[in-house]
Ligand binder design. Structure first.
Ligand SMILES: Nc1nc2c(c(=O)[nH]1)N[C@H]1C(S)=C(S)[C@@H](COP(=O)(O)OP(=O)(O)OC[C@H]3O[C@@H](n4cnc5c(=O)[nH]c(N)nc54)[C@H](O)[C@@H]3O)O[C@H]1N2
Ligand SMILES: Nc1nc2c(c(=O)[nH]1)N[C@H]1C(S)=C(S)[C@@H](COP(=O)(O)OP(=O)(O)OC[C@H]3O[C@@H](n4cnc5c(=O)[nH]c(N)nc54)[C@H](O)[C@@H]3O)O[C@H]1N2
Ligand SMILES: [Mo]
Length: 745
């Protein structure tokens, strides 16, 4: 058990300030501080850390983990051609992810030379010509074009335009592994793929329910909103198998009063620890309690929704015992939660990866929507659905058309504005692209950012799939695993980061991003580029397009030379972006809007939809039949010192872990039942219908987690996630619910 359970030190506070200052490299302090101060400010750059919106009035807009993301990008360390000459790719493959990322910023375009097993320098134009020769030798659907969510709107738009001119919708993106189920579920239920709340709603909610999210680490600026809400008496109700310290108490490093008096605020008023995957049962319990107490919003249901009768019948047929079993919470707890919910006149649900990375993710989110709708909690102040996005522009990339399943309307508008007929056949998502490579149906893989080889599931298979490619290309800022898992040809194309000044034809350029609450605003780099050889992302995309496309109806050179021209084109294609160049220059940018927030339901029936879901199939029971070893459910999550696959340090301060990554959090009873104790070492074996997968030598940590549930860090655990185990209807790898057993070493 954690000793800190009853009176944990607050999240944030002096620990966060100390950690921020420790990130600053000696000799680079002036530049770092100058950059940090301009983070999320007008005339500055958008913090590349997360997609949490900016507060218009705040003087300082970065958090500890934003500071880590920024200092990582503006590091003084460089990966030069000399570095690549000194190390073969086979040697670099033996380095861990932490050591790779610590080498610093990439400086020159490099091409893999298989005869020496080294990367060697290549001129930009030769790199573009090599890509063109590969792309023009295959059918367009044999190429995949991945995007990670740091990419700004203008680059994303240009990239998808090139890919569709080339002839495919194969645009997998990090969202496929992240909030894809939220988009799918909300679109069908509410007629919008996005959250319906804005920052203002946090000051009006009477209750905020937080499902499967760890904002103390992943969205620290959200804690400020939660603290203010808690101060005015709003109930903060948390559902998480782990007692996450960042959700218990918070000391705001940006508040001198709290820091100097060492005061902290209590955040969660109520904290429940369901078992992994128990959230759908909690949502159903909320509906059952509401109906049994006659607390439903009859007028809203009648005026705005359809499908209620089916949900009502399903809930009436579901007993409380079933909900207690499935949630892992007691009947008394479920009653307490129901009472909290029905007492609040405006409730917001927020959620993260603890909800989306499950087989039943879409059904769970739609059941959460049902629970919101039954009390009329959509489209009124202080209420609504709030999926909290990950990467700082992952939402904007979707708006710009990074989508392997684009709508017919989007394609029509794109074709009309640009004068071509875009391909209509749907493309591959992340897991489908890996399957296509495995099956020999794919030849070229190009990534605009990210770390595909490390972020994806089923690591061994995914690496083998990538190695079948004729060409792999990575447009990146720092060295990572994906650069080492090469096709027969491979390129690393180094680009400017968001903090860096981008000048085209003598004019400083800006790009725009859309945050988790649909605010669109400009971001402008403030720092000299890490190397004179770097190119901006739009320039690199245009370079590939110019070399590849024999005839293009759009002038890529002109667009990449003046991003205002890209925005003019976006305004003609993307609904809601009229007058883009003018509106995005207003202070703070503009609100892209949300139809469901206005109670305008763009669903097939024109109403908000109750979608009935019976409890999902019990996979664990099916898999248990395949092995005598008793199975447990493993979630894979982030430590406090990583940004997805980028490991900043091997610590996890809030969970009490120091200088190690191969840790497995487990309930003491589960350990005792296996003859294990705190500190024992184990191998972890996952069980799937096609066989077993194993990772070796983890230290077990007895922890306050429900029996039957385990937790460990990603990406070390990704080899355990079967490619075929993903969210029904969204294909998001089920990396929060891996059936495993433990083998003592
Ligand atoms: N510093 C930092 N910031 C980040 C990132 C980062 O890596 N580092 N990543 C960015 C990205 S891309 C994303 S998507 C977000 C991710 O932000 P989060 O969604 O907070 O991501 P995770 O760390 O995966 O944490 C998931 C939480 O869900 C809980 N959980 C797991 N399974 C279940 C379940 O079945 N039910 C419930 N109720 N809870 C469960 C875990 O205990 C954990 O607290 O953060 C973004 N911001
Ligand atoms: N098991 C497990 N797997 C998971 C998850 C999980 O919770 N568990 N989470 C999933 C989620 S939510 C996500 S979003 C994905 C993340 O998947 P990705 O987005 O693919 O991975 P990142 O680690 O964010 O990518 C980091 C790399 O991006 C590059 N980069 C950084 N900044 C820039 C830039 O400005 N431009 C360019 N071109 N490149 C840049 C750097 O080279 C860096 O190495 O992982 C998923 N995988
Ligand atoms: Mo994410």
């Amino acid at each position: 058990m954690t000793t800190s359970k009853d009176n944990p030190p607050p999240a944030g506070g002096w620990g966060a300030l100390k950690a921020t200052l420790q990130r600053i490299e000696p000799g680079n302090a002036g530049t770092t501080l100058k950059a940090l101060i301009r983070a999320n400010q007008p005339q500055g750059f958008d913090c590349p850390g997360c997609a949490w919106p900016d507060k218009p009035s705040a003087a300082v807009q970065f958090c500890e983990n934003g500071a880590k993301a920024i200092t990582h990008e503006i590091t003084g360390k460089r990966v030069t051609p000399g570095f690549f000459a000194a190390h073969t790719v086979s040697e670099l493959e033996t380095w861990d992810d932490y050591t790779l990322e610590q080498q610093g910023r990439l400086t020159e375009p490099m091409r893999y030379d298989s005869s020496s097993d080294r990367y060697v320098p290549i001129a930009w134009d030769d790199a573009f010509a090599l890509i063109a020769s590969h792309l023009n030798a295959i059918a367009p659907d044999e190429a995949h074009f991945y995007t990670s969510g740091r990419t700004g709107n203008e680059t994303a738009f240009l990239y998808q335009l090139f890919v569709r001119l080339y002839g495919t919708n194969n645009l997998p993106d990090c969202s496929n592994m992240c909030h894809e189920p939220s988009g799918q579920a909300l679109l069908e239920s509410l007629g919008t793929g996005k959250g319906t709340v804005t920052l203002e709603d946090f000051s009006k909610a009477e209750a905020i329910f937080i499902f499967g999210q760890n904002p103390g680490t992943n969205h620290p600026r959200m804690l400020g909103e939660l603290r203010e809400a808690a101060h005015r008496g709003c109930k903060i109700v948390v559902f998480n198998p782990l007692r996450e310290r960042g959700l218990l108490r918070f000391q705001d490093p940006q508040s001198p009063a709290e820091m100097l008096t060492n005061r902290a605020s209590d955040l969660a008023s109520h904290y429940y620890q369901p078992r992994i995957g128990g959230d759908m049962a909690i949502a159903r319990a909320l509906i059952k309690y509401t109906l049994e107490h006659g607390a439903e919003d009859h007028d809203f249901i009648a005026a705005h929704t359809d499908g209620f009768a089916a949900v009502e019948a399903d809930i009436a047929a579901t007993g409380w015992d079933e909900l207690v079993d499935a949630s892992g919470l007691s009947r008394a707890e479920l009653d307490e939660i129901g009472a909290l919910y029905t007492a609040s006149k405006a409730t917001m649900f927020t959620w993260g990866m603890g909800i989306t990375q499950h087989k039943h993710a879409v059904a769970t989110i739609q059941t959460l929507c049902n629970a919101l709708l039954v009390r009329g909690n959509v489209g009124k102040p202080g209420a609504g659905a709030c999926p909290v996005r990950g990467h700082s522009n992952v939402q904007g990339d979707r708006t710009m058309g990074i989508n392997e399943r684009p709508t017919a309307t989007f394609l029509q508008r794109l074709g009309d504005a640009c004068g071509f007929a875009p391909p209509t056949k749907h493309g591959n998502s992340v897991v489908e692209s890996i399957a296509a490579m495995e099956a020999g149906r794919a030849k070229v893989f190009i990534a605009l950012g990210g770390n595909f080889a490390a972020a994806t599931p089923d690591t061994e298979r995914t690496h083998a799939a990538l190695r079948t490619q004729a060409l792999t290309v990575h447009i990146s800022t720092t060295l990572n695993r994906s650069h080492l898992i090469t096709g027969r040809d491979a390129l690393i194309l180094p680009c400017l980061g968001r903090t860096e000044i981008d000048i085209q034809h003598g004019v400083a350029q800006q790009i725009s991003v859309e945050d988790s609450m649909s605010m669109v605003h400009l971001t402008r780099g403030v720092k000299e580029p890490a190397s004179p050889q770097l190119r901006s992302e739009p320039q690199i995309v245009a370079g590939i397009a110019l070399a590849t496309l024999k005839h293009s109806p759009v002038d890529f050179a002109a667009l990449a030379g003046d991003y205002d021209q890209i925005r003019e084109l976006i305004a003609r294609v993307v609904t809601g972006f009229d007058d883009f160049n003018t509106r995005v220059r207003q202070p703070g940018g503009f609100y892209f809007g949300n139809s469901a927030r206005r109670r305008e339901w763009r669903t097939v029936s024109g109403k908000a939809r109750f979608v009935a879901h019976a409890a999902g199939t019990d996979l664990l029971a099916q898999l248990q039949a395949l092995t005598p070893a008793p199975l447990l459910t493993l979630m894979t999550m982030r430590s406090h010192d990583q940004y997805n696959t980028t490991i900043y340090a091997r610590n996890d301060r809030y969970r009490g872990i120091h200088d190690e990554r191969r840790v497995l959090f487990a309930h003491p009873d589960d350990l005792a039942a296996r003859g294990l104790a705190d500190g024992s070492r184990v191998d972890i074996v996952s069980v799937w219908f096609d066989g077993e997968r194993r990772i070796e030598d983890f230290r077990v940590q007895a922890y306050d987690i429900p029996p039957g549930s385990l937790a460990a860090y990603f990406p070390e655990t990704n080899p355990l996630v079967p490619l075929e185990h993903h969210a029904d209807g969204a294909r998001t790898p089920a990396s929060k619910a891996i059936p495993v057993y433990l083998v003592p070493r």
